[in-house]
Design a protein around this ligand. Structure first.
Ligand code: MG
Length: 251
């Protein structure tokens, strides 16, 4: 008897849900608001903030003393000016989509971490290398620790693949950054998440970060708000790298 009751109950539920499906119309599940804003793409999306398009470094300052950025602008690109230190954007950002193009020179020298090392700090949280570093390095034919090669979140997340091009060829990073959120008392509410493509290939897939990049030890979070984007003047003696066509969209 119990079994018959159970079968009847299941039949009742199935028939009712089928009836509900039959009574609803396609338009019942259509949502018309909000309407996505129209954004077109010429050289950049037309709602992007241009951080560099060839002219000057007006959007950038030196990290150490907030003076004008001293990296070298030439032929619609700019190049690390070794010894002048990291540079960062004047503007601060929270969640964003970023595009940046970078070049390891064809005549690069050195090996391991000393071969075209720079870095894209997805949020600069202080002087020096404070923040969350997406590594820039020649990893075309240059073995180093996997969580320190191009496309790694330095010492934290190994890229899914090695999408590196040869030195002398321009490369791209496209990054979607969801900033960490902190509670009023400064404790972490939700971790940062990053998705990144290297030369159009997915290398970091919605990765949850454990904290800011640490050269020694483990990553940890410290409370911060909207932050600049930072580029690294690495101390290694290999030839410096160049950048062009940088834009960002607030999300
Ligand atoms: Mg670096």
């Amino acid at each position: 008897m119990k079994r018959i009751f159970l079968i009847n109950a299941i039949l009742f539920i199935v028939i009712n849900s089928v009836n509900a499906q039959q009574n609803s119309k396609p338009k019942d599940s259509e949502i018309w608001s909000p309407v996505p804003k129209i954004v077109s793409f010429q050289n950049t999306p037309d709602d992007a903030i241009i951080l560099f398009n060839g002219g000057n470094l007006d959007q950038w300052i030196s990290v150490k003393d907030k003076s004008a950025a001293k990296w070298i602008v030439k032929d619609n690109t700019f190049t690390v000016n070794k010894g002048t230190g990291n540079i960062e954007t004047k503007q601060s950002f929270t969640n964003y989509q970023l595009h940046i193009e970078w070049l390891i020179p064809s005549y690069i020298t050195g090996s391991g971490q000393a071969r075209g090392n720079s870095g894209l700090f997805l949020a600069s949280t202080g002087k020096g290398d404070n923040g969350y570093e997406l590594q820039l390095l020649d990893s075309y034919n240059n073995r180093t620790y996997s969580n320190g090669q191009a496309g790694s979140i330095y010492k934290q997340a190994i890229p899914l693949v090695n999408a590196s091009k040869k030195p002398g060829e321009w490369q791209t990073y496209d990054v979607i950054w969801n900033a960490p959120v902190f509670n009023e008392n400064g404790s972490l509410k939700s971790a940062a998440r990053v998705t990144a493509l290297h030369n159009g290939i997915l290398i970091q897939n919605n990765v949850e970060l454990k904290g800011e990049t640490a050269f020694i030890g483990t990553p940890t979070y410290k409370n911060h708000g909207p932050s600049p984007i930072k580029l690294q003047d690495h101390g290694d003696p290999s030839e410096p790298i160049s950048f062009r066509n940088i834009w960002i969209r607030n999300l």
